[in-house]
Design a protein around this ligand. Structure first.
Ligand SMILES: NC(=O)C1=CN([C@@H]2O[C@H](COP(=O)(O)OP(=O)(O)OC[C@H]3O[C@@H](n4cnc5c(N)ncnc54)[C@H](OP(=O)(O)O)[C@@H]3O)[C@@H](O)[C@H]2O)C=CC1
Ligand SMILES: Nc1nc(=O)c2c([nH]1)NC[C@@H]1CN(c3ccc(C(=O)N[C@@H](CCC(=O)O)C(=O)O)cc3)C=[N+]21
Length: 273
């Protein structure tokens, strides 16, 4: 069946609204876009909608070339009116992701892609974990206790697969994690033997029922836009045999809320110093 994430969603919204009301002024999120692809445009739409609803200021800045980013990111990092900075995929071809995210001050890296924020996860001390990885962890914890469970992640990106594997290995989360990718042999055999499967590959409806054991928890991270419709990476028919997160209305919405929550946290941290 399709999982109903409304109660989780509402509890995060209420927590954010309460924390925003305690701030002296609305926190501000700056989204820096380069050449946004369709799934990024879906993300920006979601951010704009959520920010308005939560009383968070949201501004979009365009940077088409590396030289624009090299000016804009340090400027936003030192701008006291900006609390969070979000840099969309894909980047201009003349700058690497590592070089670009390193231009954002870690305290404003609300997306959690700066090496310092990714490194903190290794020490079980996540300040800003990557939003999608954190959203998936929150959903898993909302549905079940991950301790000791076999969890297979399909995808090893810096945004999702890799950080999520580390979040699941933290002391106190204690899942048993397998990470698969495009070079994995016998993928279906591995995923069928997992109690929980997270799919983040970027291929619409790529995984059907044959990849999952009945009753498994399946978290569909995929956001694939085709003819103005959004599809996940998992075929919707999987909901007939497993507990499946919906797309849209699943991981995407929680990811956007986590980004907003990180922006509030950055504003709260900025007040302390
Ligand atoms: N809902 C949300 O909040 C978010 C959704 N997304 C969505 O999640 C999806 C993945 O995003 P992202 O992680 O950035 O994607 P990337 O393209 O960076 O990574 C895709 C990963 O999937 C692996 N892969 C691709 N095809 C297969 C296959 N057939 N079998 C096994 N593994 C495969 C790749 O393997 P290899 O490493 O070998 O190339 C790679 O590791 C996209 O649809 C994206 O839009 C992304 C971020 C947030
Ligand atoms: N630096 C970076 N980080 C990302 O996390 C990232 C990215 N770039 N590029 C693109 C992918 C995709 N992604 C989405 C997240 C939420 C929704 C989302 O909230 N979608 C709503 C629908 C919103 C709408 O289209 O109206 C939903 O799924 O319910 C969509 C897309 C994040 N990504």
């Amino acid at each position: 069946m399709f999982l109903n994430l409304e109660p989780l969603y509402s509890s995060i919204v209420e927590n954010i609204k309460e924390r925003v009301s305690k701030l002296p002024k609305p926190p501000k999120l700056a989204a820096v876009t380069c050449q946004p692809d369709l799934s990024t445009l879906s993300y920006l739409r979601s951010q704009e909608k959520q920010a308005k609803r939560l009383g968070i200021e949201f501004a979009v800045y365009e940077a088409l070339k590396a030289s624009d980013l090299k000016l804009l990111l340090p400027k936003l990092s030192s701008d006291d009116t900006v609390n969070g900075i979000f840099l969309t995929h894909p980047l201009p071809s003349d700058i690497s992701e590592l070089e670009a995210v390193s231009l954002i001050s870690p305290e404003k890296d609300v997306e959690g892609r700066h090496p310092i924020n990714l490194g903190n996860i290794m020490y079980d001390n996540p300040i800003f974990p990557p939003c999608t990885a954190e959203a998936v962890l929150r959903i898993i914890k909302y549905v079940t206790n991950p301790a000791g469970k076999t969890i297979t992640i399909v995808g090893r990106s810096v945004t999702v697969g890799k950080p999520l594997s580390m979040l699941l290995l933290q002391k106190g989360v204690d899942a048993t994690v397998t990470v698969c990718h495009s070079r994995t042999k016998n993928l279906a055999e591995i995923t069928r033997n997992s109690e929980i499967v997270v799919v983040a590959i970027g291929k619409a409806k790529a995984l059907g029922k044959e990849y999952f054991s009945p009753g498994a928890l399946v978290i569909d991270v995929g956001i694939n836009v085709e003819n103005n419709e959004i599809f996940g990476d998992v075929d919707p028919s999987v909901a007939e045999i497993c507990d499946l997160t919906p797309v849209p209305g699943g991981v995407g919405r929680i990811t956007t809320l986590v980004l907003m929550e990180h922006t509030v946290k950055a504003a709260e941290m900025a007040r302390k110093y």
